[in-house]
Design a protein around this ligand. Structure first.
Ligand code: ATP
Ligand code: MG
Length: 248
């Protein structure tokens, strides 16, 4: 469902992604771990085309894009639009629209991007709010919700796009410890449903539980990748072993 090949991303002199290749098979969960600044968020942002890679190839669902130095490939609007309907991202800071109600947040993109009628979007929105246990707050505004509730609404908003792939960038890092589990529980449920997900997380126990594969990123390279058991127990990279033992 995701095939990234030789992705490179630079900010001026700084090569943030050096040559990243990564597959996420349909129905699989891949977690990305690594220290701060290793390029985890940049990689997710490239998958979502919030950032344009400088070179490499990216296939998401049925949409293939090639990026190159020579003639920097800027996907046209229609391609972007198609890709963005296949991928949804959940951010560390929830990023809910403060002036919209919970339901308003969830129905906005399905109406604007997918072209659903308001009535269709509401039916869909209520379904996914139910799914994350937030149906009873549909008319509430984000400021009146806990962080865990806001993040569950953000997950419902991502689901309402009915994407082929879900991206999560440290979805629980901004939460008070007692709110982490309600969000991890929702993500775990989505994994059990067989959704295709790429997840950046510092929750090692969770990554281990939920992932088919774990990738350890170091200075813009995938330094170790494999099953959770491999990455957490028998990694060949000394840096990966150190990282895992330091956060465990
Ligand atoms: P963290 O765990 O702290 O979230 P990360 O692995 O997600 O870190 P990135 O946010 O991908 O790391 O950043 C990787 C590197 O790229 C860092 O050195 C960062 O300063 C740099 N960087 C990220 N975004 C930009 C930008 N828009 N302009 C310039 N440099 C950037
Ligand atoms: Mg990050």
């Amino acid at each position: 469902a995701i095939e990234a090949r030789h992705l490179v991303k630079r900010y001026a002199e700084l090569e943030v992604l050096k040559d990243v290749s990564l597959d996420v098979h349909e129905g699989h969960v891949v977690s990305i771990i690594g220290s701060s600044g290793s390029g985890k968020s940049t990689l997710l942002r490239c998958m979502n085309l919030l950032e344009t890679p400088d070179s490499g190839d990216l296939t998401i669902a049925s949409e293939s894009l090639a990026f190159s130095h020579a003639r920097r490939h800027r996907p046209d609007r229609r391609q972007l639009q198609r890709l963005r309907t296949q991928v949804s991202m959940v951010f560390q800071q929830f990023n809910l629209w403060p002036h919209l109600s919970v339901l308003g947040n969830v129905i906005e993109a399905p109406m604007r991007v997918r072209g659903l009628s308001k009535r269709e979007a509401i039916t869909l929105g209520e379904h996914y709010l139910e799914r994350v246990g937030m149906a009873d707050k549909r008319d509430q505004y984000p400021a009146y919700l806990s962080g865990g509730q806001q993040q569950r609404v953000a997950i419902a908003r991502a689901l309402a796009m009915e994407p082929r792939v879900l991206l999560f960038d440290e979805p629980t890092s901004a939460l008070d410890p007692e709110l982490v589990n309600e969000v991890l529980g929702v993500i775990h449920g989505l994994a059990d449903e067989g959704r295709t997900m790429l997840l950046v997380t510092h929750e090692m126990g969770f990554a281990r539980d939920v992932s088919h594969q774990v990738a350890f990123l170091h200075q813009g390279c995938v330094e170790e990748i494999g099953t959770p058991a491999h990455v957490f127990e028998t990694a060949t990279s000394e840096r990966c072993r150190q990282f895992v033992s330091s956060v465990a």
